[in-house]
Design a protein around this ligand. Structure first.
Ligand SMILES: O=P(O)(O)OC[C@H]1O[C@](O)(CO)[C@@H](O)[C@@H]1O
Length: 448
């Protein structure tokens, strides 16, 4: 069985192999610390051995729940959540779905999302869509109190109860939340929703392999066992028993930290497959929320190539030299399109006649890497044999483990997110939430 692989040779013109190797001791120490739970944030390390600890009974429970919902012949499943409570599911479902899935008649429901923004138009247009559809809801919140999903669910809960009646609505709602605390836990218990627990020791951005991601991915009709198996294999391949020189998670952490020390402050995750757009969104939260602390951290960015070569290509080629790229390179595609010969050849593309379109994409990828490296942008490459559940599972765990090691190399706590509270406090003060009277007064003075 092939594995995903990491190639950082096109960073060696900017940093040395010796400098990368100098991270060996730290990388191995920090990897071990993730398993021994001996460093900061050690209350949130449940993800480290999660893949190998998921029981068959749990998987069967998730699959049975998905089957029960699907038996209702749902047109749509609405997943309500924000941040890590939706990005993992969105990333995996998008990566595995037909590019035009919304126009496909499939046995599985179309999975769409809500509560990931505060757009009145989005919610209004979703409500209209749902009126004419058979649907269910998965509402996900680890804290159970995040405003965006809570607001969306308050609206959608009333709608689904109005449409189906209270009793049937309960059969169409699944809650994924804390085992014992939070508003969503209380609501789910009072209403009698089928609930799944987000383990206390797994933070949102690391929770895609818990019911947070698994329920929606299973309802979308995808193979969560293969996803978990990929993650399980990568858990083994990046364990502390695997030494630095063979451990791609440790190496990725070392290379990105050495590039950061050399002034490369922005990492751009690059894909050449539009289905991976939301994988980058998931990766941005994972790294941005784990490392952006104490005035430090690589800023995680992303582009969709070759499309964004026509929008961001100029900056990446010739802008401020604080960038490096990590390219997600998919080895094999699922379909075949050959370039046809055209007698008139007005577009002068007959030199491509008979080639696979993916061959053009691959040469665009290689040509871009060479141009960007020549332009002063170090390049790493993660090769993925194909985009399926198994290799997505490998990718998820690879980036999670590397993130933990990298955050410790940066000397931050990778597993908290104190900075996310600032906007919430201001928002509640401006909305005059009860209990925020003093904050309201202060913020209004600030606005005068
Ligand atoms: O699942 P919850 O508790 O609603 O949190 C959603 C997201 O909001 C954050 O807590 C940030 O506010 C993320 O860490 C998390 O993934």
């Amino acid at each position: 069985m092939e594995n995903i692989s990491l190639d950082f040779n096109r960073t060696l013109g900017f940093i040395s192999q010796e400098s990368i190797d100098s991270y060996k001791a730290d990388a191995e120490k920090f990897n071990l610390a993730l398993h021994d739970k001996t460093m900061r944030g050690n209350d949130f390390l449940g993800w480290v051995n999660l893949p190998s600890s998921i029981s068959n009974e749990h998987i069967e429970d998730v699959e049975a729940t998905a089957a029960k919902l699907s038996a209702k012949k749902l047109d749509i499943l609405v997943v309500v959540g924000i941040g890590g409570s939706y990005l993992g599911a969105k990333a995996v479902i998008d990566a595995l779905s037909n590019n035009f899935q919304q126009f496909q008649d499939t046995d599985a429901p179309h999975v769409i999302f809500a509560g990931q923004n505060i757009s009145e138009d989005y919610l209004a247009e979703l409500r209209v869509l749902l009126q004419g559809k058979e649907y269910g809801i998965v509402v996900i919140s680890k804290s159970g109190t995040t405003t965006e999903p809570a607001l969306a669910f308050r609206v959608l809960k009333k709608d689904i109860e109005d449409k189906y009646g209270k009793e049937e609505a309960v059969n169409r709602i699944i809650a994924v939340t804390d085992a014992s605390k939070g508003a969503l836990r209380q609501l789910a218990t009072e209403e009698g929703y089928k609930t799944f627990v987000i383990p206390d020791d797994v933070g949102g951005r690391f929770s895609v392999l818990t019911p947070v991601g698994l329920i929606a991915i299973a309802c979308a009709g995808f193979d969560i066992r293969a996803l978990i198996n990929g993650a399980k294999d990568m858990e083994a391949q990046t364990s502390p028993e695997v030494k630095f020189e063979d451990n791609i998670a440790a190496q990725y952490a070392a290379v990105r930290n050495e590039l950061y020390k050399k002034g490369k402050k922005i990492e751009i995750l690059v894909n050449y497959n539009p289905k991976l757009h939301y994988f980058a969104e998931w990766w941005k939260q994972l790294y941005g929320e784990s490392e952006g602390k104490e005035g430090k951290g690589i800023y995680p960015s992303s582009v969709d190539f070759s499309s964004d070569l026509h929008s961001m290509g100029q900056y990446i080629q010739e802008g401020e030299r604080t960038l490096f790229e990590t390219v997600l390179s998919v080895k094999s595609v699922d379909n075949t399109v050959l370039v046809p010969k055209d007698e008139a050849n007005l577009d002068s593309l007959n030199f491509l006649a008979g080639k696979h379109v993916d061959e053009v994409n691959k040469m665009a990828e290689l040509g871009t890497v060479l141009a960007h490296v020549d332009g002063g942008v170090p390049n790493l490459r993660v090769e993925i044999p194909k985009v399926d559940e198994y290799y997505l599972g490998q990718m998820i765990y690879f980036f999670e483990k590397a993130c933990g090691i990298s955050g410790y190399m940066l000397d931050v706590n990778p597993f908290d997110q104190p900075g996310v509270e600032a906007y919430k406090k201001n928002m509640f003060a401006l909305l005059e939430k009860p209990g925020y009277e003093q904050a309201t007064e202060e913020i209004k003075k600030k606005l005068k």
